[in-house]
Design a protein around this ligand. Structure first.
Ligand SMILES: Nc1ncnc2c1ncn2[C@@H]1O[C@H](COP(=O)(O)OP(=O)(O)OP(=O)(O)O)[C@@H](O)[C@H]1O
Ligand SMILES: [Mg+2]
Length: 413
């Protein structure tokens, strides 16, 4: 589980600290930095697992080019390219099965040359005692070198000059019993999933069958995932539960089917509404989004952490409470959830649920000013709850109402 994340120099998160619960709800006005936080989580996951730093910082993994991952100065990209050097740093406190760890990684770049380098990397135990404490850190810095320590005192630490194009955590040579903490941390980061669902195109594209254990960041693997779930007898119950969940959340839908079109070699995803089958090409965006949410809720190949954008999209307000409860179920069954939202209804629902179980849920109001994005716990407001939610979701500078702007002719050609 991700307990805490400290981010510096990443997009609008110039210097931000965020503490997480099993379910964390992030809300605030447009461009406050909510999605940037999910990008930071995704980048951290990829820095620990991808082959290169460049692959971790680039579209489609996160939005934008690698240069745009760095906090831009007042003059924008042009001014950034004048800098001699830029750095970003991510430091995560992780609760893993064997104890608590801090993984910290710093990435540097000379903007003119564009070469991305790991300029610092550390993996330290926060809970180690006795013998193992003596051996901490597992990955550490020694002058201009990084060192990786093996378990047991016999082995010499592995050394590498600073400035590699990949992290040592992602280096598959550090595997097996000699590097248990590295293996465990890498496995945790590899099991984080951040979704940017694309029901307009990616989710409607035909896909061939493949061994998908997830719907993919854009949702493009929804059909292969459902196909695999349906085909695996040991997971038959999961597929049945998916059908029940979809029927519960969208009563108009009576079934979801996946079939292989043998001639074309692709999977056809169809949704049955009122006895009529509709292909994924024509079903509504909201239906695809709810399907994706149900798929991740029943997934037997569980993620450790799920980042999910605006679960209210495409969902009827009356169904939002069920969606919120579904997400709470996911968090309770051991997959940490981080949500962004614009929905006062969702925020209110989670604020109320939090009163029953304060350790399970965390609400964070996001603010943005010249210093960048900050995250303020929004946890114990009983009085004026609705007014506070409303304030936190609106722009800091009150814009004139649309009618006023129209009356003043602001949009006239
Ligand atoms: N490299 C960067 N450096 C500094 N700020 C950046 C950088 N990249 C993006 N931003 C800022 O972050 C904003 C986008 O933030 P983000 O996508 O996280 O907003 P959001 O809170 O998710 O908003 P919405 O509710 O509209 O989805 C941009 O509009 C820009 O102001
Ligand atoms: Mg966003």
């Amino acid at each position: 589980m991700l307990n805490r994340l400290h981010v510096t120099g990443f997009k609008s998160l110039r210097d931000a600290t965020v503490e997480f619960a099993p379910l964390t709800v992030v809300f605030g006005p447009n461009a406050a930095g909510k999605s940037n936080l999910l990008d930071a989580v995704q980048v951290l996951s990829l820095l620990g697992t991808a082959r290169t730093v460049a692959a971790a910082l680039e579209d489609p993994a996160v939005r934008g080019r690698p240069a745009e991952a760095f906090a831009l100065p007042a003059g924008g990209l042009a001014a950034w390219h004048q800098l001699a050097e830029a750095r970003l740093e991510l430091a995560a406190d992780l609760a893993l099965a064997s104890g608590d760890y801090r993984y910290r990684v710093e990435v540097g770049v000379e903007p003119a040359a564009g070469q991305l380098r790991v300029t610092d990397e550390r993996l330290t135990s926060l809970t180690a005692r006795g013998e193992s404490k003596r051996l901490a850190p597992r990955i550490g810095r020694d002058g201009d070198h990084l060192r990786v320590r093996q378990r047991g005192s016999g082995g010499h630490p592995y050394q590498e000059q600073l400035g590699l194009g990949h992290t040592l955590l992602s280096d598959g040579r550090f595997a097996g019993d000699q590097y248990p903490e590295i293996v465990e941390t890498r496995a945790e980061l590899a099991a984080w999933r951040v979704y940017y669902l694309d029901p307009r195109t990616a989710m409607r594209q035909p896909a061939p069958p493949r061994e998908a254990d997830d719907i993919g960041p854009l949702g493009a693997d929804l059909a292969p995932f459902l196909n695999r779930l349906q085909a695996a007898p040991e997971h038959g119950r999961c597929y049945q539960r998916l059908q029940e969940l979809v029927r519960y959340l969208i009563p108009a839908v009576s079934a979801v089917q996946v079939e292989l079109d043998q001639r074309r070699g692709v999977l056809d995803l169809t949704v049955v509404e009122g006895g009529v089958e509709y292909s994924s090409r024509v079903v509504s965006e909201g239906t695809l989004r709810v399907l994706a949410l149900c798929a991740l809720a029943v997934n037997p190949w569980r993620a450790q952490l799920v980042g999910y954008e605006e679960p209210e999209n495409g969902v009827h307000p009356r169904r939002l409470e069920q969606i919120a409860n579904l997400l709470l179920d996911v968090a309770e069954s051991g997959t940490q959830v981080i949500l962004t939202t614009h929905s006062p209804l969702l925020v209110r629902h989670f604020a109320e649920a939090r009163r029953q179980d304060p350790d399970q849920i965390r609400l964070l109001a996001v603010h943005r000013d010249r210093q960048g994005t900050s995250f303020e716990p929004f946890d114990d407001r009983d009085l004026f709850l609705d007014a506070d939610i409303d304030d936190s979701l609106s722009e800091p500078l009150a814009a004139p109402r649309l009618e006023t702007a129209l009356a003043r002719g602001w949009f006239d050609a």
